[in-house]
Design a protein around this ligand. Structure first.
Ligand SMILES: Cc1cc2nc3c(=O)[nH]c(=O)nc-3n(C[C@H](O)[C@H](O)[C@H](O)COP(=O)(O)OP(=O)(O)OC[C@H]3O[C@@H](n4cnc5c(N)ncnc54)[C@H](O)[C@@H]3O)c2cc1C
Ligand code: FES
Ligand code: FES
Length: 465
């Protein structure tokens, strides 16, 4: 443990292809604070500072040296801690396009569709949309017609969910995004600066600023690849990245967490969007590098979800799993969970918000969590790492216990699949919130599991939870 931490290096990352190396930094510094005070990239704005408006959205790209793959996703830079970005590449709207190198067609189509008025929300909108666009075009759907992406118009609309605009109105913004969608009927799009009365459909398509998915720029610079796995030197940064359960356990029993030192376990840090942090911590323990915590798997018995799995990854997994026929109850649960969880927060929060972080907020602070309710309905069980070893409880038992001690780590959650034999298991969830499509905490949410048998006169509820 000590050996590994000493070998660590500096905090290195790239912003719009430019290398930054910080010899030391206050670990509570957010990416937004750094961008706006230490760089010339001012396009990300501070709107709410709570993950609720999208004005600060940027693209984060991570390189996986084993798979040799780059993962791109949007985040709210107001909640993302800078130390969590070691080896990452950050792209802001200036990196997507600018006056010197030329604008990206997203910028040009936003301008042409009159989708920007004061411009406060526009850089965040563009980055949220670019994140969805770049990922759609990496996917294995059939190639779209020239000038379009693999996005559908519904996906294009959802890409900017959670990005708020106070002055333009969403119609032109959504229209600018939908111009990229392969399934769009171009005649459905509104007023813009590109087309003239009488233009044919073909002319309209040809007059749009060109988009070529094969020419999407490289979001992860080559020079960063050799630096992407470096751990931070704990003598300079109070930021620890344990790489195994044993490593984590010895860290929690070491002087890092003793002698009155304050420390915080952290994953996506989105919890601070809801619970404002007034306290400064002496140390941060980043759980994302413990492999066991990021595993997600299923078999006939159920689904196991590591605590650091993000809500986005869980939804994607459930959608894929639901295509495989592994029992009607398993499919039902996957479909219902994915549908409900897509209403949690916005894409740029779900991309870094973990399932474990959500449950711990519910257990410790009584956070009005959707996931906590869903898992109660599903009789989920949880695994915890305590000072006395591993403990397994039902999620309900854990909720009834006093708030978790900060040294206890939630490792994983298991959702058991019920076996349909003579009876049938049903599962349904509900959510009532100020905005029905998501990005608003629920007033009330519910999940029901029922065991029913069908008989001549209808059906009989044997058990309901
Ligand atoms: C704008 C916004 C809207 C939201 N809307 C919804 C919603 O509609 N429904 C809903 O259910 N949720 C919602 N959330 C909550 C969101 O799901 C959580 O913030 C997120 O899942 C927390 O995960 P994280 O990785 O960011 O946790 P962090 O912020 O990193 O951690 C949260 C807390 O949990 C602790 N912790 C984290 N992981 C562990 C672990 N494995 N073991 C022990 N302690 C741990 C941390 O120390 C911290 O105290 C919303 C959040 C935001 C910002
Ligand atoms: S400033 Fe509103 S989401 Fe970050
Ligand atoms: S253009 Fe003014 S907030 Fe969107």
């Amino acid at each position: 443990m000590e050996e590994r931490q000493k070998k660590g290096g500096s905090l290195v990352f790239a912003v719009n292809g430019e290398r930054f190396e910080l010899p030391c930094i206050d670990p509570s510094t957010t990416l937004l604070q750094f961008l706006r005070s230490q760089t010339c990239f001012k396009s990300p704005k501070l709107g709410c500072g709570e993950g609720g408006c999208g004005a600060c959205v940027v693209l984060v790209s991570k390189y996986d040296p084993k798979l040799k793959k780059v993962e791109d996703f949007s985040v709210s830079s107001c909640l993302t801690l800078l130390c969590s970005l070691n080896g990452c590449s950050i792209t802001t709207s200036e990196g997507l396009g600018n006056t010197r190198d030329g604008f990206h067609s997203i910028h040009e189509r936003f301008a042409g569709f009159h989708a920007s008025q004061c411009g406060f929300c526009t850089p965040g909108m563009c980055m949220s949309f670019f994140s969805t666009l770049v990922n759609a075009d990496k996917g294995n759907k059939p190639d779209p017609p020239p000038g379009f992406s693999k996005l559908t118009s519904s996906e294009a609309e959802k890409a900017i969910a959670g990005n708020l605009c106070r002055c333009t109105g969403y119609r032109p913004i959504a229209d600018a995004c939908k111009t990229f969608a392969a399934d769009i009927d171009i005649e459905d799009l509104g007023f813009n600066a590109f087309w003239k009365k009488g233009d044919s459909k073909e002319m309209k398509v040809s007059k749009l600023p060109p988009y070529d998915p094969t020419k999407n720029f490289n979001t992860y610079p080559e020079f960063l690849k050799s630096e992407s796995t470096t751990n931070l030197d704990s003598s300079r940064y109070p930021w620890y990245t344990p790489v195994s359960i044993e490593d984590l356990q010895s860290l929690l029993n070491s002087n890092v967490t003793e002698n009155g030192a304050s420390f915080k376990l952290v994953v996506g840090n989105t919890g601070t969007g809801y619970y404002k942090e007034t306290q400064r911590y002496d140390h941060y323990i980043d759980l994302r590098y413990v492999p066991e915590l990021s595993i997600i798997k299923r078999d006939q018995a159920g689904i196991d979800i590591g605590a650091t799995v993000t809500i986005y990854k869980l939804i994607s997994f459930l959608k894929e799993e639901s295509k495989i026929n592994f029992g009607s109850y398993g499919k039902l649960v996957s479909d219902k969970l994915a549908y409900h969880m897509e209403k949690i927060a916005s894409p740029f929060v779900r991309n870094s918000a973990s399932v474990g972080g959500n449950l711990v907020m519910a257990q410790k602070n009584g956070f009005p969590s959707d996931i906590a309710t869903l898992f109660l309905g599903l009789c989920a069980t949880v695994s915890l790492m305590t000072r006395h070893g591993l403990v397994r409880l039902t999620w309900e038992e854990l909720l009834l216990r006093p708030p978790l001690d900060s040294r206890i780590v939630l490792l994983s959650v298991s959702i058991p699949f019920k076996k349909d034999k003579n009876s049938k298991f049903l599962f349904e969830t509900y959510r009532a919130a100020p905005r029905p499509h998501g990005n608003a905490l629920a007033y009330v949410n519910a999940a029901f599991q029922a065991d029913v048998s069908f008989c001549q006169n209808g059906f009989l509820i044997n058990y309901i939870r």
